[in-house]
Design a protein around this ligand. Structure first.
Ligand code: SF4
Length: 352
């Protein structure tokens, strides 16, 4: 049965695989770049980012030498910004610890920051054709359905079982193609909702299909509770400049720039004196306040208010003032970027 699965999968892949830039020439650097970008991101969205990065940094040396803020700016809009910071860090690791040559063994690849067992398996197999079976979300779905595994995939025992089956299924003659075929099959054929089993070449060996349990597999434990957060952004303008600050790295949007932020537990607008008591500013006029619609992240809902203020001269050196015309050069969270697309920075008036 395993042999049938491998062969059918390979035939299906040859016929249906998408043409993707990191596939035509699977250099380790580009495979790694694509794998980091595609963690938590769909191919359709990640592709333009891959192209931007490959063009700006055609080799690992260029990426290592780049300014981190520039890398974050290029990453803007993709989310999970620790991936961009790790990418930059790992490029420097390759330059310093591997003499500029991308590591070629699973164990060495695993030493790179931001690379876990899945990514190390993907790079070592796709770029170097080494026999490591990948198990990502797509592969989990394919395996659990093919083998009719109805236990929760949040349990580590279930994941171990899935990894063992993926190892068994791996075509050691061509691990590179096999792993890509498994992931592509999950992305295009054995999709999460209503897969078209009628046209599936693996239907004859699929236990979930035979048992009528496709829609319930893979089983996931109840969703984790979402967290609501309330952000109040102060757009404080003085003499053609605006105050910005850089976020720390241990929260969402780490390393990105934003306006001075007050976070509390209420969506209610703050009063001018509350704003003044939180930052060393003195308000000349309050031009506009806006409530944005909820910004949804994977586990958090951000409710944001924006306050457009004209302020007196700022004497505090800790506050970072930048020219309004330069603001677009900073990497901003999507929430702020989209807000600025829709509102005039100074008056707060809606552009549409
Ligand atoms: S028969 Fe359906 S559930 Fe089974 S592998 Fe094919 S698409 Fe997935």
């Amino acid at each position: 049965m395993i042999e049938v699965m491998r062969n059918e999968l390979s035939k299906w892949y040859q016929k249906h695989k998408r043409t993707l830039p990191w596939r035509s020439e699977p250099q380790p650097y580009f495979v790694w770049l694509s794998e980091i970008i595609l963690q938590q991101t769909r191919v359709e969205q990640g592709l333009s980012y891959f192209n931007k990065f490959a063009e700006a940094y055609p080799n690992i040396e260029g990426l290592a030498k780049a300014d981190l803020d520039e890398v974050l700016k290029l990453w803007q809009g993709l989310g999970y910004y620790s991936r961009a910071r790790n990418l930059h860090f790992a490029a420097n690791q390759v330059m310093n610890e591997f003499e500029g040559k991308f590591p070629s063994t699973y164990d060495d690849i695993l030493k790179l920051k931001g690379v876990g067992s899945y990514t190390a398996a993907a790079i070592s197999s796709i770029a170097y054709n080494q026999p490591h079976a990948v198990v990502d979300g797509n592969v989990i779905r394919v395996i659990t359905r093919l083998f009719g595994i109805s236990e929760s995939v949040n349990q580590s025992a279930t994941l171990k079982k899935i990894q063992a089956l993926a190892d068994e299924l791996l075509n050691e003659l061509n691990p590179s193609e096999h792993n890509q075929a498994m992931m592509e099959f999950g992305a295009l054929q054995c999709v999460p909702k209503n897969p078209n089993c009628e046209v599936c070449p693996l239907a004859i060996v699929c236990l979930a299909r035979a048992n009528g349990t496709v829609s319930g597999i893979p089983l996931k434990d109840k969703k984790i509770k979402r967290r609501a957060r309330y952000f109040h952004y102060i757009i404080a303008i003085n003499n053609g400049k605006v105050i910005i600050s850089q976020r720390g790295t241990n929260d969402i949007w780490g390393g990105l720039f934003e306006f001075p932020l007050i976070e509390n537990d209420s969506v209610d607008f703050l009063t001018p004196s509350q704003l003044e008591s939180s930052f060393p500013i003195s308000i000349k006029s309050l031009l506009k306040v806006h409530s944005e619609k909820k910004h949804v992240l994977s586990h958090q809902d951000i409710h944001a208010n924006f306050y457009h203020l004209e302020i007196d001269n700022v004497n505090d050196e800790k506050l970072n003032l930048v020219a309004l015309s330069d603001l677009h050069t900073f990497a901003l969270p999507r929430l702020i970027d989209r807000y600025l697309e829709n509102h005039d920075l100074i008056s707060g008036e809606n552009r549409h």
